[in-house]
Design a protein around this ligand. Structure first.
Ligand SMILES: Nc1ncnc2c1ncn2[C@@H]1O[C@H](COP(=O)(O)OP(=O)(O)OP(=O)(O)O)[C@@H](O)[C@H]1O
Length: 262
């Protein structure tokens, strides 16, 4: 569904990404991980065709640079990390914007567009906030509204930049389980950046570890989330366990190894 080769991005006179490749089949979930500034958001923008890039990015066999905005929006839904939200727009109207690529010019939304939007809001626990202006939401509510807009787009490819950072534990699980159901039931292809390495390891099929704009490792979570790789690229003390066979990454305080609390 997504294939990229030799992707390079230069911004502000600096090389931000160099020779990055990825291959994500339909229905798969790729998590892009890496330290701050590694180039994760930039890679998502390159896949979207939002930043100029060298190399090739194909989505459903089409070069993203050749897609018109409406075509792109029907193919790829994107939830940015820190979108600017119009403070006076209501939650329902903002989520309905996800239907824009299906609404003909000069026409209004249909009952189907409103149904799709209502059902997405319900799945994200947002029904009661539908009439609330965006300027009066908490950080986690805002993040779910941005996701709602992306899901209302009903595109086969979802690119989500840090979709869970502002969410409490229950809503993190709700959102990630929902994404997992959508990809398994409807064959959606999911690419997320995720700082929480345990969540990345629990949910994604494949991880791509970016470091200083280059691919440091890629493969199944067990191959990428190793103590050596995480220590080398994140400069963190960690211990990795494998509940249910998938890696979970625990921060370890230096010096605490031999002194467990009573
Ligand atoms: N428009 C720009 N012009 C110049 N440099 C940029 C621009 N956008 C991003 N950068 C730089 O590119 C690098 C990668 O940024 P990017 O946002 O892709 O990193 P990231 O891995 O998503 O980081 P984080 O984990 O902090 O969100 C950073 O050093 C950033 O300062």
């Amino acid at each position: 569904m997504i294939g990229a080769r030799g992707v390079g991005v230069r911004l502000g006179g600096r090389q931000i990404l160099t020779d990055v490749g990825l291959s994500v089949p339909a229905g798969a979930w790729l998590a892009v991980i890496g330290p701050n500034g590694a180039g994760k958001s930039t890679l998502l923008k390159a896949v979207l065709g939002l930043v100029p890039h060298q190399g090739e990015v194909l989505v459903q066999g089409r070069d993203v640079r050749g897609l018109r905005p409406r075509e792109r929006a029907r193919l790829i839904a994107y939830a940015p990390q820190n979108p600017v939200l119009p403070p006076d727009m209501t939650v329902a109207d903002y989520a309905l914007l996800g239907r824009t690529p299906y609404i003909p010019y000069l026409a209004g939304e249909t009952a189907h567009d409103r149904d799709v939007t209502r059902s997405v809001l319900a799945r994200l626990d947002l029904s009661e906030l539908a009439a609330r202006p965006l300027g009066r939401l908490s950080g986690g509510e805002r993040q779910r509204v941005v996701l709602a807009r992306a899901l209302a787009q009903q595109a086969p490819v979802l690119l989500l930049d840090e979709p869970t950072t502002a969410l409490d534990l229950g809503h993190q699980q709700q959102v990630l389980e929902l994404l997992d159901r959508l990809r398994l039931a409807d064959g959606l292809t999911v690419v997320t950046t995720l700082h929480d390495l345990t969540l990345a390891g629990q949910y994604a099929d494949t991880l791509l570890l970016l470091s200083k704009g280059r691919t440091a490792a890629s493969g199944p979570p067990g191959q990428v989330l190793t103590e050596d790789l995480v220590t080398a690229h994140f400069h963190a003390h960690v211990r990795i366990t494998r509940p249910y066979g998938r890696p979970a990454v625990h921060l370890e305080r230096p010096g605490n190894r031999s002194a467990p609390p009573g």
